[in-house]
Design a protein around this ligand. Structure first.
Ligand SMILES: Cc1cc2nc3c(=O)[nH]c(=O)nc-3n(C[C@H](O)[C@H](O)[C@H](O)COP(=O)(O)OP(=O)(O)OC[C@H]3O[C@@H](n4cnc5c(N)ncnc54)[C@H](O)[C@@H]3O)c2cc1C
Length: 385
């Protein structure tokens, strides 16, 4: 009988350590960070020291020698108390470091990966442009070869982790040839002349995470800053997103689980008409539905991560996990606020913050519509393009 739902002892231990860190170090500051829209560099550095940013990478590159499911477990636990810090970890590893690990040369891995894996530096993933995120293949940013260098012009929008004190570089897509159309990836270090990092957005949620627009005007990088094969840039970035969707699903599960935990606690404490509100079926059934969503969403991301770690096709399963768990997170957060009544409409309570934070889960790393498109394609349905 090979089917098992048990975590390995290492994964179980990691989950408890991260849960304790999240409760003791993150939870007490989460409300204030959200209110001040403050990026907590010190907590990121602490998480780096715990090895969380290096979980899926080998020790020889500064990693912790864990696996992708371990990363997801850590993201779920951090996301249970603070979604902003959860996305910082998810994007730091899944989007920032992963392109270097998957597509970098040996020299690039040795040069760029250790500082990312130790959490001392962060990198961004520059795919989305002002002209479109879902249609990211329609990018306008260009790079032209000039001797031993590349000269980049263009812009990117909504990029995570590029404007913090420890942001070291961004990897981007740029058009390097028109006919045939060719897209290539590049590493652009922070501080390169012509590379401008915009002010942060005033977002609906994820207040304590860093999101910026970027512009590139005659930005010159050496030839060894090309990442991966010339012409493979779009396909390589899409493949990074396939994996990232599993991690976003884990972040969504953290949110749903927090809704369950908070609502169970509150339903015992809060009384109305002489009884704890949990005694009313209308309240209890909402919480039962959240528990159902947490269970199904967690199973979906565990299975997608397992397929990926087994080296099997996992694209459809990753989209299913992302789609189901993020839509469930929005619904659970809405119902959790309802259970909390007026208090649920304040950001002083976790459920109010989860409600603010949940919506972006259905948008980032591929919208719900894009996930349905990908699932339909995997089923062999006719394509429009
Ligand atoms: C806080 C935040 C952080 C982000 N971080 C990053 C990052 O680090 N790196 C990065 O590259 N991007 C990042 N993004 C961008 C994000 O991935 C995009 O916003 C997302 O992919 C959607 O793209 P868009 O905003 O251009 O919307 P559009 O693509 O313009 O979509 C608008 C609407 O049209 C729908 N739509 C589009 N095409 C179709 C179609 N063919 N069929 C059906 N419906 C369709 C969409 O689903 C959506 O509902 C971030 C965004 C936010 C808000």
């Amino acid at each position: 009988m090979s089917l098992s739902f048990d975590l390995t002892p290492e994964q179980g231990e990691l989950r408890s350590v991260v849960r304790q860190f999240a409760q003791e170090r993150v939870a007490p500051r989460a409300e204030e960070m959200n209110h001040r829209r403050e990026f907590p560099t010190d907590l990121v550095l602490e998480m780096g020291k715990m090895g969380l940013f290096g979980l899926p990478f080998p020790v020889e590159y500064g990693g912790s020698g864990g696996d992708y499911l371990s990363l997801c477990l850590a993201i779920e636990e951090i996301g249970r108390v603070d979604q902003s810090l959860g996305i910082t970890l998810e994007a730091g590893v899944g989007l920032g470091a992963m392109p270097i690990w998957k597509y970098g040369t040996e020299e690039q891995k040795r040069r760029w990966l250790p500082a990312l894996a130790s959490g001392e530096q962060l990198a961004g993933f520059g795919l989305t442009e002002p002209g479109g995120g879902s249609d990211a293949g329609g990018l306008r940013t260009r790079a032209r070869r000039d001797g031993d260098e590349w000269v980049i012009d263009g812009s990117k929008q909504f990029i995570t982790n590029v404007g913090t004190d420890i942001s070291a570089f961004v990897t981007i897509t740029a058009v390097t040839n028109d006919t045939p159309r060719e897209v290539t990836n590049f590493i652009v270090p922070t501080g390169t002349p012509g590379y401008t990092i915009g002010k942060g957005y005033r977002k609906v949620g994820w207040h304590a995470s860093d999101t910026r627009d970027l512009s590139f005007e005659g930005v010159t990088v050496p030839a060894d800053h090309q990442l991966g094969e010339r012409g493979r840039g779009f396909a390589n970035f899409l493949s990074i997103l396939d994996e990232g969707r599993i991690a976003i699903s884990a972040l969504a599960v953290g949110s749903i689980q927090a809704c369950v935990d908070e609502c169970v606690r509150y339903s015992h404490e809060r009384e109305a008409f002489g009884k704890p509100i949990g005694a009313y079926q209308a309240v209890a059934f909402k919480i039962a539905d959240m528990e159902l969503q947490a269970e199904l969403a967690r199973n979906a991301y565990y299975r997608a991560a397992w397929l990926m770690m087994e080296g099997r096709p996992f694209k459809k399963q990753a989209s299913i996990a992302k789609l189901y768990s993020t839509e469930a997170a929005v619904s659970a957060a809405r119902e959790a606020c309802q259970v909390f009544g007026g208090y649920g409409f304040t950001t002083e309570f976790l459920v109010g913050r989860l409600y603010q934070d949940a919506k972006i889960l259905e948008i980032g790393e591929g919208t719900s519509e894009v996930q349905r498109m990908l699932i339909a394609r995997e089923l062999g349905l006719p394509r429009t393009s």
